[in-house]
Design a protein. Sequence first.
Length: 407
Amino acid sequence: MIRLPAAATAAAAVLTVSLASPVLASPATCAQIVGHQMPSIGSTLTVNLQAGEQVTVTAGSGSSAYSVEVGSTVAQCGFIYGGLSCAGHVFAAAVTGTYTFEKTGGVIADTLTCSAGAAPGGGGAQTPSSGAGSAQGQGATLAAGASVNAVGGAVNSALSGTSRTVTRNGLFFSTSGADTVYNGWVSLQGRSYSGAIDGESYELSFGTDFEIGMGKRLGLILSMGQSDLNIGGVIVESDGVSFGPYVKMEFGDRYSVTGYALFAQPDYTVGGTRYQADRRALGVTVNADYMIGNTEIVSYLGLSGFTEDHPAAGALVARDISSFTGSIGTRASFNAGAPFRPYLSLGADFMRFDDGINGTITHNTPRVGAGFIYDSGAGSLNMHINGGEILQGTDDVEVRVNYDLEF
């Protein structure tokens, strides 16, 4: 038997890996990623992907974990992120861009393989993470998020007299002020999207609340929402009725906390497939008011989130979709005490989203706005415009007209 020297054995091993995973120009293309070796923790791969293309992980023995970045959006899978392993996991490109894959867990070599995926609108069953399946996850995130955020803004408007958030828009009416025993209100809010996702969403909300103690109010809300979105050529429509309680607690003259819970069974139509989902949502906001000279500073810190159970329907698989958003912002209103008060607002949203198929995605975006408040007689007019990037590659511009009527 012929024994090779140790150096020759090592060279052969290196040659074997090199043959399996040739050195690729960075960034690579999808067609070049076939059985690409990811030998150890810290291994990376940069690849240009078209929307709909997908990369499948074939994990070695044991568990593995991956983090995928495109722009400011991060997707994750594996045991260190709450899952078991990335074996068989499929990362789908939601938008065209440069994606960086990093192996963050697992000591056994894995391989990555890229494929075109199912074209939107094409025939045959589609994979869960491409075509209609990918549009389903993104559409549910925007539709449910818009509904939950609209209700949160309406609740803050009802309990404070004007909306304290910089990411809401709509038309608000109240039958009385926030400090009366009984209060009734209606709010109409909307949002438009452009870029990787086009469309709009609307929310019509009704609420009533009453005083339950010094600085405490309890109310009920009924809200109807609708979204119409075009995601990579797949039409995603949603409409539903939400209901639930809301509450406000004041702590002195400066601080207050508002919160709400919502329940809904929205109807979805994804690429022509119609079904009903179950939604549960919560939100809480801490508000603080300050005066600096004749400038009123209104700051807030909020957390909202939802979960939706989507059943199997047509070519769509069953999945649980969830999203949580942390928000922080400040509005500076000038000419405090005067009927006309212009203001500037600055905020930021921090979102964590799991579509039930592709793992966790995080996205952060600033929110910048401007507007004015005008008090006239028994009412108050608030006009506001702001914008941001709601998802990677998708911008939203919001215009709000609020009218708060007291009598």
